[in-house]
Ligand binder design. Structure first.
Ligand code: HEC
Length: 197
């Protein structure tokens, strides 16, 4: 997702990020509804993905699970996004699909999450949001929530992959950098955008 990023509203814990031009408090839009909706959306998206993944692995092993991530993850995000009127996706500092690569704002937030985690914040609690304004004055609410690596993820994002999984991933993703993760590492983040009126 690409947006010019001038910060209007700084959010919770700004560790590690400096943004230009904070607005006076009375000019800041109230985004409490967007924050709540984004938390719900991230929870629903994560839940739907995990369920589809677990089901596919149960019936056909991790090789079968690859199809869920490859074919369904984008569709689940798009369907939920159109239902909730938001743009929903996933991103990471180490992507498997280059189409999920972070834009500048997302990159800064991902680095901030790593820094906050290093300082002891629990990985599953890391979130950040802001209202940014593009060159045309369009304001967009943006939200990110960290995704920790669980045991389930290691079959496809860990160090030692089953040869069949390894071969299938190599065939589908020649530029895969989403390997070598350990349980508890930050795998990436959910990323949500909603244009404001
Ligand atoms: C069965 C294999 C498999 C498992 C298990 C798996 N993933 Fe993935 N993951 C993939 C594939 C394939 C992609 C690329 C999806 C795409 O094309 O958008 C991916 C992409 C991602 C992305 C998007 C960023 C990127 O790297 O492109 C995130 C975030 C992610 N996975 C997190 C997880 C987490 C967290 C878990 C555990 C709960 C997990 N994955 C388990 C195969 C897997």
């Amino acid at each position: 997702m690409r947006y010019a990023s001038t910060l209007v509203l700084g959010a919770i814990l700004t560790a590690g990020i400096a943004f230009a031009r904070p607005q006076p408090a009375d000019e800041q839009p109230d985004v409490s509804a967007e924050v709540k909706a984004s938390r719900d959306a991230a929870r629903q998206f994560g839940g739907a993905l995990k369920e589809a993944l677990q089901q596919a692995i149960k019936t056909g092993g991790p090789t079968n699970g690859i199809a869920v991530c490859h074919d369904q993850a984008g569709q689940i995000a798009a369907d939920l996004g159109s239902k909730l009127d938001m743009i929903i996706g996933r991103t990471s500092l180490k992507t498997r699909n280059p189409g999920n690569a972070p834009d500048n704002w997302e990159l800064a937030v991902l680095k901030q999450f790593e820094a906050r985690k290093a300082q002891g914040e629990p990985a599953d609690k890391l979130e950040f949001f802001a209202v940014i304004e593009d060159d045309q004055g369009q304001k967009t609410f943006r939200y990110m929530k960290a995704i920790p690596t669980g045991a389930l993820c290691l079959a496809c994002h860990g160090d030692k992959l089953d040869p069949e999984v390894d071969a299938k991933l190599k065939a589908l993703y020649p530029n895969d950098t989403a390997r070598g993760f350990k349980e508890g590492d930050l795998r990436g983040a959910f990323t949500i955008a909603k244009p404001l009126p």
